[in-house]
Design a protein around this ligand. Structure first.
Ligand SMILES: Cc1cc2nc3c(=O)[nH]c(=O)nc-3n(C[C@H](O)[C@H](O)[C@H](O)COP(=O)(O)OP(=O)(O)OC[C@H]3O[C@@H](n4cnc5c(N)ncnc54)[C@H](O)[C@@H]3O)c2cc1C
Ligand code: SF4
Length: 802
């Protein structure tokens, strides 16, 4: 049978995906010709941001190389735009005069950057951010110039700005609106984003309207409507996109904002279709690939005569590809009288989550700082799942009990979407792994497309691999960078620190060529922790690299005040200490005195400038209620007073707390000591729990009593307090040396395997060495508030209100 002639105008992401789908369902049906305006084969336009940010290069973002076209008998004309469509004759004419006949024609011409129509916008040094040429111009300009201005504080603008910072330029971002990414984020999330980006070095000029680009031939600056000016050697216009529709318009196609298509991507002209950003479906044009790929699949099946389900539109989710920024947004973002919202905000950790609910279904999602629930919530949004029976905790945290990543994966239904860009579900990935014996994320991407566009789902794909392969999963084949500032994993960073003898956070970032030389709020505290863990006795802590509460040695509260929680070893206090606390509470007008969950007394609502004097008056050590360290050892009253008690729980608790106080750990550590199995100190849900029995102690590990509830595992039973100290110390040191920063003991033990940890701790020699390294580290610590009281410099730097 003679093949039909299929011509496609545009060699971009949506168009070529349509051809890939077509080759799957009808490999022999068409003789295919593609015309591209750019000189390259099909590439991943999404990854231009990562090219600009230095994470990858042009070569690596090619999705279908020249060979692919040859292998599939596709005739490709690059650098040769189509200038005319003659729908009567069923012909296209290129700008070089080449005429090609078609039976079916796909228009996939995408969009171009919107360039502000203001005086001077045609000067040299003004670019959009759309293609390889724009990217190359920015990279070249950055080699000889210093100052860039990005107009537009949306997704593209911020990704461009991050790239230009990485290229060594100083960057102003000009934005017309009061907050960034106003179409994806509400004001609270946008504020966190702005803070993070300012810390990374971006300067924002908010609510500014650009009226003129200054300079002779080449740009030198820009002027705003309030008559202020800023200098610029390069201006990137990232204000949005305009669909490329002129060709369609000139050919008699029905065009509104873009080329209007029906549910099968058909235009009003027979045998002419439009797909991608140049198409308008049910009055919507899309600017992200997920819907465009869905359109491409429907069109391919329609062309192949497969009678696909109609394309009915897509709800899209947005993420930002900037290192150190974790955000996800989908659906509506602002409340109205018909919605109710669940909002969780944690300014210490820079986390904000908002869910909008209408008629018992999700209507919108805004996540900042922690997006691990993004896919699950997005599924709930798109499937309009009824959430009326769920509590707010269930909605935000998934089902109770699932703590570790493999647990999350296990509880995910097969239908759950993993890769939003490519519409790949967990079920598809699991089947591909099993049926095709896949062992790495790259192989899964190759077979299923998952992770092949923006790449954000790759960690989840790795979790699914680990879950599906079980014991056969080879961790060494999978590496996750510690944050977007580097491609190095935790293990790489630790190996490099050791091999090169790197001593400071700055040195690590310089020598290991961090893309963002200041690092971000994820990697700065992590690197500081790893250095402190490696150089047990001699490390000088980089206080400014720590998370805010640790830097301040106080827990910042919702209203900007702080809390003061003195140490009470084992939860045991004295009348004298109680008097001191009462006097301090009175003297400083402390609004709230409260017993905490860890058996301590907390003074809440304290002003920053009162902190040093209060601690001086108290004369007690800090309870570290804010730190990634040992928080509290909760004890029961034990054998001293309780008739059931078999052991001295308070004595052990006090000894443990005295030994481990102030020690840096990957995350907070809580302990509990009960003198009998009635377990009044709740030792079974602590990182380390001890339960007295006749003639000894049971040691439990890796419990968690928070949102991610986990019962601790019984590690061993020992006879003496000395043995308790020996094993607990080795356990803590092993956790310190092998956990990722910010990984609690519960997910750590799931990842490492309980049996493995038990085996290490049973080895006497290993335990001895772990104990030695821990003891060295413990010698390093001083009482932080004593230091602050004695140092005017510390007081001025951290506790003076200006
Ligand atoms: C920097 C950047 C980051 C992005 N990040 C994301 C992201 O994180 N997630 C996401 O989902 N999307 C992202 N996008 C958007 C995504 O890349 C687009 O939605 C997608 O590329 C659109 O595909 P398309 O085929 O419609 O258009 P394109 O990929 O633009 O392809 C159209 C092609 O047609 C060519 N063309 C135009 N006119 C003619 C003509 N007359 N003759 C021949 N060829 C012609 C164009 O030159 C172009 O090569 C990003 C885009 C950019 C620029
Ligand atoms: S755990 Fe046992 S010993 Fe401790 S207080 Fe409770 S009953 Fe008494």
């Amino acid at each position: 049978m003679e093949k039909k002639k299929l011509v496609m105008i545009g060699n971009g992401m949506a168009g070529v995906r349509t051809i890939e789908e077509l080759l799957k369902v009808a490999p022999e049906q068409f003789e295919i010709t593609i015309f591209g305006k750019e000189p390259h084969p099909n590439y991943n336009r999404i990854q231009l941001s990562t090219v600009l940010q230095g994470d990858t290069n042009i070569k690596d973002i090619i999705m279908n190389d020249w060979q692919w076209y040859e292998d599939n008998n596709i005739q490709l004309f690059t650098n040769e735009p189509i200038a005319k469509i003659d729908a009567q004759q069923k012909q296209v004419v290129s700008d070089q005069g080449r005429v090609v006949n078609y039976d079916e024609l796909i228009i996939a011409t995408g969009s171009r950057s919107f360039i502000l129509p203001i005086p001077g916008s045609d000067k040299q040094g003004v670019v959009g951010f759309r293609d390889i040429a724009d990217c190359e111009e920015m990279i070249q300009t950055a080699k000889h110039n210093k100052k860039a201005v990005v107009i537009g504080g949306g997704l593209l603008g911020l990704e461009a700005a991050r790239g230009l910072l990485n290229l060594g330029m100083t960057v102003d971002v000009v934005h017309l609106m009061p907050h960034l990414m106003e179409r994806q984020l509400d004001a609270a999330a946008a504020k966190l984003l702005k803070n993070e980006l300012e810390q990374q070095g971006m300067n924002f000029l908010m609510e500014k309207k650009t009226t003129e680009i200054l300079g002779e031939d080449r740009v030198t600056g820009l002027r705003f409507s309030d008559n202020t000016e800023v200098e610029a050697d390069l201006i990137v216009m990232a204000l949005g996109i305009v669909p490329n529709i002129q060709l369609g318009k000139d050919s008699g196609l029905y065009v509104n904002r873009a080329i209007v298509v029906n549910d099968y991507m058909e235009t009003n002209v027979n045998n002419v279709y439009a797909v991608g950003e140049c198409a308008e479906h049910r009055e919507i044009t899309y600017g992200l690939v997920a819907p465009l790929y869905e359109q491409g699949k429907v069109l391919a099946e329609h062309l192949a005569g497969k009678q696909p389900k109609p394309y009915e539109g897509t709800i899209v989710g947005t993420q930002l590809k900037v290192s150190g920024v974790d955000l996800f947004s989908a659906g509506e973002i602002y409340e109205d009288e018909t919605t109710k919202s669940i909002i969780v905000q944690n300014e210490f950790d820079g986390v904000y989550k908002k869910i909008l609910i209408r008629n018992n279904s999700l209507a919108g999602i805004v996540l900042y700082g922690d997006t691990k629930d993004g896919n699950r919530l997005f599924n709930m949004l798109t499937s309009q799942e009824d959430v009326s029976g769920m509590t707010s905790v269930n909605i935000l945290q998934g089902t109770c009990g699932a703590v570790d990543n493999s647990g999350d994966v296990a509880s995910m239904p097969d239908s759950e979407l993993v890769c939003g860009c490519n519409g790949v579900t967990k079920g598809t990935i699991v089947s591909a792994i099993k049926e095709q014996n896949l062992t790495s994320v790259e192989q899964v991407s190759g077979c299923t497309n998952a992770g092949r566009s923006c790449g954000r789902c790759k960690p989840m794909v790795a979790d699914i691999l680990a879950y599906t392969l079980g014991d056969q999963f080879d961790q060494t084949k999978q590496k996750t960078a510690i944050c977007g500032c580097t491609t190095l994993s935790r293990e790489d960073v630790i190996d490099e620190i050791k091999a090169k003898g790197l001593q400071t956070v700055k040195e690590v970032m310089n020598v290991l060529e961090w893309k963002n030389e200041e690092g971000c709020s994820k990697c700065r505290p992590a690197v500081n922790y790893y250095l402190g863990m490696i150089y047990a006795d001699e490390y000088r802590d980089a206080r400014d690299s720590r998370l805010v509460n640790e830097k301040m040695h106080a827990n910042i509260q919702k209203d900007g005040t702080y809390s003061v929680v003195p140490r009470m070893y084992g939860g045991v206090t004295t009348a004298e200490d109680l008097k001191k606390i009462a006097e301090v509470a009175e003297k400083y007008n402390v609004p709230l005195v409260k017993l905490t969950g860890g058996q301590r007394i907390g003074l809440f609502g304290v002003k920053k400038q009162d902190l040093p004097a209060m601690w001086e008056d108290l004369g007690m050590p800090s309870g570290y209620a804010y730190g990634k360290t040992l928080r509290t050892v909760k004890t029961c009253v034990g054998a001293t007073f309780c008739r059931f008690g078999t052991q001295d729980s308070m004595g052990l608790g006090i000894d443990l707390e005295k030994k481990f106080e102030r020690l840096d750990t990957p995350h907070k550590v809580k302990m509990g000591v009960s003198a009998c199995p009635r377990n009044c100190a709740e030792a079974g849900i602590k990182d380390l729990g001890f339960v007295g029995i006749d003639g000894g102690w049971e040691i439990y590990v890796a419990g968690n009593g928070g949102v991610d509830l986990r019962a601790a595992d019984l590690l061993c039973t020992v006879k003496t307090k000395e043995k308790v100290m020996d094993i607990s110390s080795a356990f803590i040191q092993y956790y310190r040396e092998t956990a990722n920063y910010l990984e609690r003991t519960a997910p750590w033990i799931e990842r490492m395997g309980f049996d493995h940890i038990k085996e290490v701790l049973e080895d006497e020699n290993a335990r001895k060495l772990l104990n030695e390294r821990l003891d060295k580290t413990l010698k390093r610590y001083n009482e932080p508030w004593q230091e602050a009281i004695e140092s005017k410099e510390i007081q001025d730097k951290y506790y003076v209100t200006r």
